[in-house]
Design a protein around this ligand. Structure first.
Ligand SMILES: NC(=O)c1ccc[n+]([C@@H]2O[C@H](COP(=O)([O-])OP(=O)(O)OC[C@H]3O[C@@H](n4cnc5c(N)ncnc54)[C@H](O)[C@@H]3O)[C@@H](O)[C@H]2O)c1
Ligand SMILES: [Zn+2]
Length: 342
């Protein structure tokens, strides 16, 4: 087990990588009244291994990541007469973790909380950075706050029960972290992609650790350098547009977005084609798509509507090589041309 201390804008947090669910008792604040927030699937799979305490079970799916679900939790907490001494433990994927953090920040102006991150995506991405929140009127993560959990426990054994699609979603963010900042980690993934796919628990724990280290480093440096955190958007500018238009999962869309950004880096002369080939090769081996969906016109239209667009230029993350990224503004018109040439 490896512990990670993270100091974010909203306080300190501990990430426990490779720790077992059964050890969660040892990290809970003594004497607090525990309320567990989880979803139906996780409750069914792991319900009998969760600590004793009251439970609030929410439905699954992005459509339920709403203020209505937060209200449902507030109501249950009020019915339970939970006061400021309550401690909320979210047990689930990114949705449960994001909602638990949001409810913990707002119920009675803030109560203690922690998460057990049960998906690969939640362990490598949602666990770091203190972002919490819900969707609103169809806009993702529109309403939320920064709120650091007391700890995030990441048990690699819990990843064994995930669907293949959920594992692939996590791998997309892991490859992103390696590609933007750590060539040695990228080489490890290239060398051991098959074992990773076979969910070797020790390897998954190491991969989660390396990935968390990269994100934590970038998030910590962000207070000084705005561009640093933007690097975490690698593959995401196009990815979000593809997700919306092609109806792909987040990870699949980001994978295509990363492959396209790598090809763009080659086309603009920043990176040799062989490096883009390595990125595409690794993504494909991990079961992720790398080609733009047929309707690239619609993708470009969605891109133009992207909320991050300013003065017709988009902050795009490109690569100079595996492990070396930089942010460059690209005019929307130029991007359109480049994309149609990919
Ligand atoms: N806060 C952040 O910084 C951050 C970062 C990335 C993503 N997110 C958010 O995370 C969400 C996506 O997270 P996700 O991919 O974990 O989705 P999710 O929470 O919907 O989990 C995916 C599915 O897996 C099931 N599941 C969870 N753990 C399981 C397990 N151990 N075994 C079997 N099934 C399990 C869930 O019930 C769900 O059906 C999005 O809402 C996104 O906005 C937040
Ligand atoms: Zn993402």
């Amino acid at each position: 087990m490896k512990q990670f201390e993270i100091t974010g804008q909203a306080g300190k947090s501990k990430i426990l990588v490779g720790e077992r669910l059964d050890h969660v008792y040892g990290y809970l604040p003594a004497g607090a009244r525990l309320v567990i927030i989880t979803d139906e699937i996780v409750a069914q799979l792991y319900g009998d291994r969760l600590p004793a305490g009251e439970r609030i079970v929410i439905g699954t799916g992005e459509a339920g990541k709403t203020l209505e679900t937060a209200s449902f939790i507030y109501r249950r907490l009020i019915e339970m007469e939970a006061d400021r001494g309550v401690f909320l433990l979210g047990v689930g994927g990114g949705i449960v973790c994001d909602i638990t953090g949001f409810v913990a920040a707002t119920y009675l102006r803030g109560v203690g909380f922690a998460n057990v991150a049960t998906t690969l995506l939640a362990q490598v991405d949602a666990s770091v950075g203190g972002k919490t929140g819900v969707n609103f009127d169809g806009y993702k993560n529109m309403v939320g706050v920064f709120n650091q959990p007391g700890f995030v426990l990441c048990d690699p054994e819990m990843l064994q029960t995930l669907s293949g699609a959920a594992i692939a979603d996590g791998f997309a963010e892991i490859v992103k972290h390696a590609a933007i900042a750590d060539s040695a980690f990228f080489e490890l993934l290239e060398a051991r992609a098959d074992e990773a796919l076979a969910r070797d628990p020790a390897l998954l724990a190491r991969i989660v650790y390396e990935s968390v280290a990269i994100k934590a480093d970038i998030v910590n440096r962000d207070e000084r350098e705005q561009d640093e955190r933007r690097k975490l958007n690698f593959g995401h500018t196009l990815g979000h547009a593809i997700e919306k238009t092609a109806g792909l999962s987040h990870g699949a869309a980001v994978s295509i977005g990363m492959a396209a950004a790598a090809r763009l880096s080659v086309k603009k002369g920043y990176m040799p084609a062989s490096e883009a080939g390595r990125l595409e090769g690794l993504l494909a081996r991990l079961g992720l798509p790398v080609f733009m969906p047929a309707d690239s016109e619609a993708v470009v239209d969605a891109l133009a509507r992207d909320k991050k667009r300013r003065n017709d230029a988009i902050h795009f993350v490109l690569l100079e090589g595996i492990g070396k990224s930089f942010v460059v503004p690209i005019a929307l018109a130029e991007l359109k041309d480049l994309l149609t040439m990919l």
